[in-house]
Design a protein around this ligand. Structure first.
Ligand code: TRP
Length: 331
């Protein structure tokens, strides 16, 4: 009898010790850090539109209960428009086994996809996700990758251009030859030009230091300049705007920030909304969904953005009906 009691007490003590040990480690500093979700954000370059997307993403995540420094750790890295940096950043996110990589703009997304086939990748603002080799299809991305797209129609932007400055015959296309996000839109521009009997002349750049020269060759040859949603041009947009203003050449662009930085007009998506949609996808994945099953979100609402200061500087009067359509008029 006594022996049975002793062994029961022993068993009870053992259970208490195990429970106590488990409790201790749950409260311990190191294992609490393991409970936090680690998100690596990689951004190709610093320009207003990409910064806006990132801020909107982080804010929306917080509004939905995923707060940086509390239950999530957000590690933000910028590659300064350098491919080697992009690779290093994505490699680090992958070897540190982060829970998710958020890639802002196409070059970042391509680098992330090259580094991991396991960690979920949510890309943001990629103009042509299929053509850029990020996903198999928009409806069913497959694998570990999905995200948001800012696809725009060159045709639609040129339609607006012909309303603001009628009679454009030669369009000067200014873009970076290495950005697949730009190539897709330029192909669309070519189709539009062919259908309407217009000519496209091209000026491509390798990096932002070539932008000034490239713009100058186009102001000589073209009635208007067209810039797709190009990261390299965006980071030197004030330079483009200055050269074009001096030559009194209208510049039509693919995104609102390019208008804010001195372009004349666009039909573009709202990037605050795009950042929020990117956060919504990230949350779906954090809550257990498979990235490959989540369709790529495209933003179908496009709005007119105009720059009044640029219009005045090049002597263009924008008609009342176009002004009335504008979501925002930059000064
Ligand atoms: N769409 C671009 C890409 O696919 C990224 C981008 C978003 C961008 N907003 C922009 C580029 C504004 C230039 C200007 O990489």
């Amino acid at each position: 009898m006594k022996r049975i009691v002793t062994s029961k007490v022993f068993l009870l003590l053992t259970i208490m010790l195990v429970v106590l040990a488990a409790g201790c480690s749950a409260d311990g500093g190191s294992s609490q850090a393991d409970d936090q979700i680690k998100i690596g954000i990689v951004q190709i370059v610093e320009h207003p539109s990409l910064n806006m997307i990132r801020e909107s993403f982080v804010d929306h995540l917080a509004e939905q209960g995923y707060r940086d420094g509390e239950n999530v750790i957000i590690d933000y890295q910028n590659a300064q428009n350098d491919q080697t940096n992009l690779k290093t950043i994505c490699q680090k996110f992958s070897t540190s086994k982060y829970d998710m990589i958020v890639a802002i703009a196409t070059p970042s997304a391509q680098a992330a996809v090259g580094e991991t086939k396991d960690i979920p990748i949510v890309f943001s603002a990629c103009t042509d996700p299929v053509g850029s080799g990020l996903v198999d299809s928009l409806e069913k991305p497959g694998a570990n990758v999905t995200g948001t797209s800012d696809a725009v129609s060159a045709e639609k932007i040129m339609g607006l251009a012909q309303r603001i400055t009628p009679g454009i015959k030669t369009i000067g296309a200014l873009y970076s030859s290495s950005e697949t996000n730009s190539i897709a839109v330029i192909e669309n521009l070519e189709e539009y030009a062919q259908q309407n009997g217009l000519t496209v002349v091209h000026a491509t750049v390798m990096n932002s230091s070539e932008v000034q020269q490239a713009t100058a060759t186009l102001t000589d040859k073209a009635d208007a300049i067209f810039i797709p949603i190009d990261n390299t041009i965006a980071s030197a947009m004030p330079v483009v705007a200055q050269v074009a203003k001096d030559a009194k050449t209208p510049v039509y662009v693919g995104a609102d920030s390019l208008v804010k930085d001195g372009g004349l007009a666009t039909y573009g998506v709202n990037y605050v909304v795009l950042g929020q949609e990117t956060a919504n996808i990230a949350i779906q994945i954090l809550e257990g969904q498979n990235p490959g099953d989540i369709p790529v979100k495209t933003i179908s609402d496009v709005e007119v953005y105009l720059n009044k200061t640029t219009a005045e500087a090049i002597g263009v009067t924008i008609s009342e009906d176009v002004l009335n359509e504008a979501a925002e008029i930059f000064e």
